[in-house]
Design a protein around this ligand. Structure first.
Ligand SMILES: Cc1cc2nc3c(=O)[nH]c(=O)nc-3n(C[C@H](O)[C@H](O)[C@H](O)COP(=O)(O)OP(=O)(O)OC[C@H]3O[C@@H](n4cnc5c(N)ncnc54)[C@H](O)[C@@H]3O)c2cc1C
Ligand code: SF4
Ligand code: SF4
Length: 449
């Protein structure tokens, strides 16, 4: 029979450390590495694991996942003696033991705190999506009870920290050096990874722009965490995890993705998906100047010349437009978009399109609204001859006012529209244009009197 003294802590059952059995690994593709919850397995050039015995918590995951039974648990002589003693006495029940994986996870999660927004900039001018993300970041930081910080990487970019304060950040990490003057993956990646290692944020948000997508993917890979791209919704659950919602399976369902075993949790969000917060003039915060940069000679990509898109000034930014009139397959052909253009000119709107219209070659891709086009948040959106497929709706349903013109009264677009006109767009649109011109004339006449 076993005896245990009443107030003495029960001895913990040793878990051992994982070890590779020589010659057994079949280099299956690093299943052991990806199963390890504490990142203590790395792979050598032969595709075999190298296990950091100091960090191993003996969770057995790698042993269980290995298809070649190439891993085993090893124990020190003291641990073996204790195991034998415990087995003899039977004092420790498995259910009573602390789960080492859960403990390691809780410890790791506790080490990461704070919400960060990467402030994307070009020539010292911030991308608006960064401010939109600060708006959302404030909400998340309040729920978590942590600080909201901006990350500014650039050259002579300190003013962006102050701008970030006006959009809700209370702290800004600033890496200011000539090597950061132009975005290059390598230098920005090193900078972000250095910051993460030093300050350990629990959430990082970036714009789903060319730069943001590139950097976020590289950072998530290097720090070994998860990344959810193109999120349309972000929230916090009761365990402090970030709930990242985005369309999945071709946009037919909305999936909520969690990264509950790794930190930081990273998301990208497209421009105009989150609401732009009102800037607060004079808001202040703390600037942490981080002196870290890699020598220019070590950056493999060189910027020889920056050639701006010559036409960019005249290009229509449908993403930022306040008034959009979009046409779909119901327009029946490219020439008929002239009808929408006429109406748009009268109203000061820009012309957008559904993917069907773009795929048919009737409109350029930069006018496409929807999941694989732009997300728009205009004050007014008029959908002409667009059925309202979910992939279109995710790109425009946050417009303040939606007006739909469609000859099919059952078209799904009417479910999101505030006003619907059931009719032939070839009659309705010219009539609208005529009426607006008439009203304008009357207005001018009245002012002339
Ligand atoms: C992965 C994936 C991504 C996608 N991404 C996008 C995206 O980013 N954006 C996007 O738009 N779609 C996207 N789609 C395509 C989407 O599923 C639909 O096929 C598309 O939106 C349909 O375009 P539409 O409404 O113009 O055409 P249709 O669905 O063919 O609708 C045409 C509408 O015009 C109406 N109509 C016809 N003639 C007239 C008339 N004379 N007057 C009034 N009404 C008329 C019809 O009643 C009908 O409702 C995506 C699909 C997939 C699978
Ligand atoms: S036993 Fe667990 S902690 Fe140790 S190497 Fe394997 S997976 Fe990692
Ligand atoms: S899981 Fe097993 S076979 Fe696969 S790499 Fe790891 S040790 Fe080798």
């Amino acid at each position: 029979m076993s005896e245990s003294k009443p107030n003495q802590p029960k001895p913990k059952r040793p878990r051992g450390r994982a070890q590779l059995l020589p010659g057994k690994c079949i280099a299956c593709g690093a299943r052991c590495e990806s199963s390890c919850p504490v990142n203590c397995v790395s792979m050598n050039d032969a595709g075999e694991p190298i296990i950091d015995a100091e960090k191993c918590i003996g969770c057995l995951k790698c042993v269980k996942v290995c298809p070649a039974s190439a891993l085993e648990m090893v124990f020190t002589p003291e641990e073996l003696a204790l195991l034998a003693a415990l087995d003899r006495s039977g004092t420790v029940q498995a259910a009573e033991e602390e789960d080492p994986e859960a403990a390691a996870l809780a410890q790791m999660q506790a080490a990461y705190r704070g919400v960060w927004v990467f402030v994307e900039q070009e020539d010292g001018e911030a991308a608006k999506v960064s401010w939109e993300l600060l708006g959302k970041g404030r909400e998340l930081a309040s729920k978590l009870g942590v600080e909201l910080s901006a990350v500014v990487i650039g050259h002579q970019a300190e003013h962006l920290c102050r701008e970030a304060f006006s959009y809700g950040a209370t702290k800004a990490y600033l890496l200011d050096a000539a090597v950061y003057a132009n975005y290059r993956t390598q230098s920005y990646l090193e900078a972000m990874c250095h910051l993460i290692e030093q300050y350990k944020p629990e959430v990082i948000l970036m714009g789903a722009t060319g730069m943001g997508r590139d950097l976020a993917g590289a950072v998530a890979t290097k720090v070994g965490t998860g990344l959810t791209a193109d999120c349309t919704g972000l929230d916090i659950d009761d365990k402090r995890n970030l709930m990242q919602t985005r369309p999945a399976f071709g946009g037919n369902i909305m999936a909520t993705i969690m990264c509950d075993k790794y930190r930081p949790q990273m998301s990208t969000v497209r421009p105009h998906v989150m609401q732009m917060p009102e800037p607060l003039a004079g808001a202040d915060g703390e600037i942490i100047k981080v002196h870290f940069s890699i020598p220019e000679e070590q950056v493999l990509a060189k910027v020889l010349e920056v050639i701006r898109d010559g036409d960019s000034k005249h290009k229509v930014d449908i993403g930022g437009a306040e008034f959009i009139i979009s046409g779909g397959r119901g327009m029946m052909g490219p020439d008929n978009f002239a009808l929408l253009k006429e109406l748009a000119d009268e109203l000061g709107a820009v012309v957008g399109a559904s993917r069907s219209a773009v795929d048919a070659g009737w409109m350029p891709h930069d006018r496409q609204v929807g999941q694989t086009g732009k997300t728009v948040r205009p004050k007014i959106y008029i959908a002409c001859g667009i059925s309202g497929a979910i992939q279109h709706l995710v790109g425009m349903q946050d417009a303040d006012l939606i007006i739909a013109i469609n000859r099919d009264k059952e078209a799904p677009i009417f479910e999101v529209a505030h006003y619907g006109i059931v009719g032939d767009l070839f009659q309705v649109v010219p009539e609208l244009t005529r009426k607006i011109r008439e009203l304008k004339k009357q207005g001018q006449g009245a002012r002339g009197k």
